[in-house]
Write a protein that binds this ligand. Sequence first.
Ligand code: ADP
Ligand code: MG
Length: 350
Amino acid sequence: MGEFALINRFFKDICPRAQALDHPQALGIGDDAAVLAPVPAGHQVVVTTDTLVEGRHYWADVDPQALGHKVLAVNLSDLAAMGAQPWAFTLSVSLRSPRPQWLTAFVAGMSALAEEAQIALVGGDTVGLGTDAASPESFTVTALGLVPMGQALRRDGLAPGDCLWVSGTLGDGQAAVAQRVFAEKLLWPQPRLALGQALRGLAHAAIDISDGLSSELGHMVRASRTRAQASGTSAGLYAEISLLSLLDCLGSLVRAAMTDEGLDPLQACRQAAASGDEYELLFAAPEAASAEIMRLGRALDLPLTVIGRVRSAAGSAPQAEPVVWIDAQGRRLAPDLAPAAGFDHFSVQP
Ligand code: ADP
Ligand code: MG
């Protein structure tokens, strides 16, 4: 099958009737570039991109339907974390060979999520690596979203006193990789789009947990300190997290390890805090918003758990560590008992 036959057969029809292409002057796949419908008045465009590489982000024998879902899902998770509504996306594929059965399943997984999120595939690129190439296959999605002007959920808006919340459960992303088992969490992440959009105007800051709670918390605190410093307010922010509060949101694989293998609760929480591939939202909101957020969780049928607070260091010296882990008695955990940092491509070898 040639490149153009492949594009026409597999990629031409992924949610083509979504809003971004629903305009007489709009143009989808087939020309040198796509031309989208006008951006709705009073909105900003949000852009994100993410790549999945064979052997690095997924195993070569992955279920292709799950992979098609996941490469779009990880991008939608970034839109969710910004409070954005999905609009349009592009897809670049680098394949050793065009395998029709494999691609049919890949596209089925991607189409189902695209329809659900109402996001149109508007273009992309197709690269043949050569059948005997040693290069890994890879898939890149660039997703565009819309957000009302000035209302994007940023990661740098933490304020002292804010409650820190996480959606869903934590720990199963890493547990599934370690056990090399099938896991919903790892293969079929559910981007928290409805939650992200509902948090606009309610949350001060949000981020999605792709590299692990502990490192995402560090990103939020450091970004918020920089912003606070720039605006001349207190820069001594830090996150105080009760490690055992994560017991309330452990994933089922981690829970099973506690009962079946005697994994101790502190160790289970440490694993959950360092686990990547979670795609849950971590967000901060003032205490006054708590009742509303709990109502939101019930309406979305999504567990939302408070795991800690944003504090500001006394005096003028900024708190050195961005994240302070405490035990059930409120005492600071020794550094060797605190969770490890999350995933970093350039500090961890596969
Ligand atoms: P060009 O050579 O002009 O850059 P291509 O030949 O790469 O264009 O692609 C032809 C058309 O098919 C373009 O509209 C492009 O966006 C689209 N396309 C190519 N690969 C993909 C893909 N994997 N998914 C979706 N659209 C694709
Ligand atoms: Mg061209």
